[in-house]
Every structure is written in structure tokens, then in C-alpha cells.
Design a protein around this ligand. Structure first.
Ligand code: ATP
Length: 438
């Protein structure tokens, strides 16, 4: 059973150093979170896994790293300034604001339980405003990007020309986005600052159905390949009334969170909406020129848009297990080795100098291959418990016999099986054990 409550993951995250509340010493800020040493590694591993699959392993997708702050005109043209809104209602009894489209019962306030106390619905714009330069006036106004996608569209011609790309091709980007969410919450699920992994795949308009289906399948497979329980991820097609202002079709990859199915990633057919809008607004012709047919046209776009921080949360929930071991509860994160923050822990049985010396030697060998941790504190039982809880696939124990036989014990996280082997063969043993899972 994966974790059945958000608190279980939030507590483990705080205790072990995955996620801390932002500004905690000042009372916390519900809408932001800070990632600790292990969280930083986990996010990095998620980004790397995505980048490898979406960019490095393909010859039709390239990367980009565009600015968070762009000209305000970008957000005017894209329609965000006008239409990037959520329906907001406020309860006249308790003054708590809610997002109408997320309420189970549109008449009932989720905070105080009163019925019929909502104000008229108002469209609330989610763009986070900022001012460039010393004067805070309308001319200096712009926004922190609410999606990374627009950075890709406005660079379409720069990337196409410099990389000499022909349709179909994609441009991928990972980075922070900001939305002034009405109701942030559910731990890191919905925050005002978050990180996205987005790819815009440009194709001929008559091939868009094929690529839509292709990316739906590919994106689902990515989560399964990283070990997510197949019965806890699903694809759900949007109803026409759910579609964003730019989309002709969309589906969500959904995960079974402790509160029910919810979005992990959106895959949308954005048509030629964005390239057309930026061409009209900027006057730069962003059409694609097909030399063979001697024609110019706006490519269509399929966009898989995922969340780094949101999927970190889902991977943590999914990996969490409690097991009975010798009448005790063992908490273990069965994270895929690619995602595990620490791949191997090195644990000397004592702090005696000669053991520490061997430990350092072993650690040095391993460090050139993997993210490792040396832990010399507490009893070996407690150290195993910590490594299980943070999802470390292998622990290498160095004991007094090691000094005699130059051998160590390797313990595997999921089976808890132990192998004794010479230090000399340790790296190749682990390479073999990880197989192609790294
Ligand atoms: P919702 O309707 O739930 O507000 P959305 O459908 O507008 O979200 P998208 O614009 O499709 O979300 O964003 C793509 C992905 O970016 C989401 O699937 C999610 O993983 C991530 N994401 C979006 N908003 C947030 C947020 N506020 N906090 C964390 N991750 C987010």
C-alpha cells in the first residue's frame, strides 16, 4: 500500500530532509516549500530522467532554457493577461475563498460547511505581477511566467534556424513557473511557485492526431518505467467545457493521490494558436517554410506539460511502504533507483580509526559512480532504518572482519538480502545489480 495520507509524506519529508515549509521560522508560507538535501537530489533525478527521455534519447527534440521574465506583450498575445483565470467565490459567512470549479458541491463552503453563502463568481487572474525597474507603473508591469511554454513559442524561429530542424520536431524546457493560485495546498501539490517540464512538439496540421496519441502513450509509459504502480496512474480525456482557451483536445495523466484521482501532467493539442497569436501580435512571421512543397504554414503543436514538484510528491506517495519485519514496522521508500536521492550508503560498524579508513577508501571508489552517503552515527539498525526511509537501494557495511578479509556486506533495500563480497569487486557487483535501471 502506498502512503494513504498526505501527512505521512509531509512528516517523513520534514524528518528526513526532503521538503521543509518555506519561511518556517516566520510561521511558514502555505504556498511555497523548500527542498532539503534529499529533496534537491530527488528533483534533480526527476528532471534528469525527463530530459534523458524527452531530449537526449531522441533526435527530433532539442532543449531550451528561456527567461522567467519576458515582455508583457508575450502574455497579452498568448491570451494569459485576458483569460488565464479561475472562477473565484468567497463565503460571506467565513470569508474563505474557493475555486468554484474544484468544489465537490458548488453550493457548500468547504471551510465552514454553510450552504448558499457564496458571493457572485468572479474571474480571478492567476498571473503573478512584477515591475521591472525602479518605477512601479503600468509601463513597468510584467509577469512571472505561468508556464514555460511561451518561452518556447517566442523562440520557435531562433531554435528552428540555429538547429536546422525540419518538421516534426520538439523543443523541451524545464523551469520554474508561478501562478497566484486561489487555493494552494495539499502539501506541494498546488503551490504558487513550482517547476514544470514542458515540451512543444511541432508537426504538420494533418499529422496532429497521430502525434497526440503518440505523446499520450509515451508520457504514460514514462511514469510506468519509473516504477509507478500501474493501477494508480491513468489517462483521462478532458470534456469540451474543461479545455483551456488554447486547446482543441487535452488529456490528463492522473495519479491516485490520497484525496482521489488528480492531475499529474496535461497533454494538449494547442493547434497553431500560439505561433499564430505571436505572429499577429509581433509582426514576425513564425510560419514554417516547407521547401519541397514551397509552402508556408503554421505547424500544430502537441504539448506534454508535467510538474517536477508535483511528480516528486506522487513518486514519494507511490514508493512509500510500511512492512512488518520481525514484529516491527519497517518504513521503506521503494523508489526507482534512478530517482533514489542516494544510491549507496556506506556504514562502518564502529568509528574506530582503522574502520573509518577503509570506509573512506570504499566511499571514494563508489563516489565516482553514484551519489553516496557515509553514515557513522547511531546503531546499525537505526542507520538501516534511515536508509530504508529515504529509499537508498544498497547499503554497504564495513565491519571488523573487513580488516582481515577485505570483504564487505551489501544489503539490498527491498529484499533485505545480504551478500558478502571482496571490496575489489564491489563496484562491478553494484553496476551489475543496478543493471539498466540507472
Ligand atoms: P489546474 O487546473 O489543476 O490548476 P492546470 O490544468 O492549469 O492545473 P497545466 O497548466 O496543465 O495545469 O500545468 C501543467 C502541469 O504543471 C500540471 O499537470 C502540474 O503538474 C504542474 N502544475 C500546474 N500548476 C501547478 C501548481 N500550482 N503547483 C504545482 N504544480 C503545478
Amino acid at each position: 500500500m502506498p502512503a494513504d495520507s498526505l501527512e505521512t509524506i509531509a512528516n517523513l519529508s520534514k524528518r528526513r530532509g526532503f521538503v521543509f515549509p518555506a519561511s518556517e521560522i516566520y510561521g511558514g508560507l502555505r504556498s511555497s516549500w523548500d527542498y532539503g538535501p534529499l529533496g534537491a537530489e530527488l528533483l534533480r533525478n526527476i528532471r534528469d530522467a525527463w530530459w534523458t527521455t524527452m531530449v537526449r534519447d531522441r533526435d527530433d527534440v532539442v532543449g531550451l532554457d528561456s527567461s522567467i521574465i519576458q515582455s508583457r506583450q508575450v502574455w497579452v498575445a498568448s491570451g494569459h493577461e485576458e483569460s488565464f483565470t479561475d472562477p473565484l467565490v468567497e463565503c460571506t459567512n467565513c470569508n474563505v475563498r474557493s475555486r468554484l470549479d474544484k468544489l465537490e458541491d458548488p453550493e457548500e463552503c468547504p471551510s465552514c460547511g454553510k450552504r448558499g453563502t457564496f458571493t457572485e463568481v468572479r474571474d480571478f487572474n492567476l498571473l503573478l505581477k512584477t515591475f521591472l525597474g525602479p518605477v512601479e507603473d503600468d509601463a513597468a508591469l510584467t509577469y512571472l511566467r505561468p508556464e514555460t511554454a511561451q518561452g518556447i513559442f517566442i523562440n520557435f524561429e531562433n531554435v528552428r534556424r540555429s538547429s536546422r530542424l525540419r518538421l516534426p520536431f520538439g523543443i523541451a524546457q524545464i523551469g520554474k513557473s508561478f501562478r497566484n493560485e486561489i487555493t494552494p495546498g495539499q502539501f506541494v501539490f498546488r503551490t504558487r511557485e513550482f517547476e514544470q517540464m514542458e515540451m512543444e512538439f511541432f508537426c504538420r496540421p494533418d499529422e496532429v492526431e497521430h502525434w497526440y496519441q503518440y505523446w499520450l502513450d509515451a508520457r504514460m509509459q514514462w511514469y510506468l518505467d519509473l516504477g509507478m504502480h500501474p493501477d494508480r496512474v491513468r489517462m483521462r480525456a478532458h470534456q469540451p467545457e474543461e479545455l483551456a482557451h488554447y486547446a482543441a483536445a487535452a488529456s490528463d495523466v492522473e495519479y491516485l493521490f490520497p484525496w482521489g484521482w488528480d492531475e499529474l501532467e496535461g497533454v494538449a493539442n494547442r493547434t497553431d494558436f500560439d505561433l499564430r497569436a505571436h505572429t499577429e501580435s509581433s509582426g514576425e512571421d513564425l510560419r514554417y517554410y516547407d521547401q519541397e512543397a514551397d509552402e508556408r504554414f503554421f505547424p500544430y503543436v502537441i504539448e506534454p506539460a508535467a510538474g517536477v514538484t508535483r511528480s516528486a510528491f506522487a513518486f514519494l506517495i507511490d514508493a512509500y511502504q510500511e512492512e512488518e519485519v520481525r514484529a516491527e514496522t519497517r518504513v521503506v521508500l521503494k523508489l526507482h533507483p534512478k530517482l533514489a536521492p542516494i544510491k549507496v550508503a556506506v556504514l562502518p560498524l564502529s568509528k574506530k580509526d582503522d574502520l573509518i579508513e577503509v570506509t573512506q577508501r570504499v566511499a571514494k571508489q563508489l563516489r565516482s559512480h553514484w551519489a553516496i552517503e557515509v553514515d557513522v552515527t547511531q546503531s546499525i539498525g537505526r542507520r538501516y532504518r534511515r536508509q530504508d526511509e529515504i529509499g537508498t537501494p544498497y547499503c554497504v557495511t564495513i565491519d571488523f572482519d573487513t580488516l582481515e578479509d577485505q570483504a564487505v556486506t551489501v544489503r539490498e533495500r527491498d529484499t533485505m538480502e545480504q551478500d558478502r563480497l571482496p571490496i575489489q569487486g564491489l563496484v562491478s557487483y553494484l553496476i551489475d545489480k543496478f543493471g539498466d535501471r540507472l
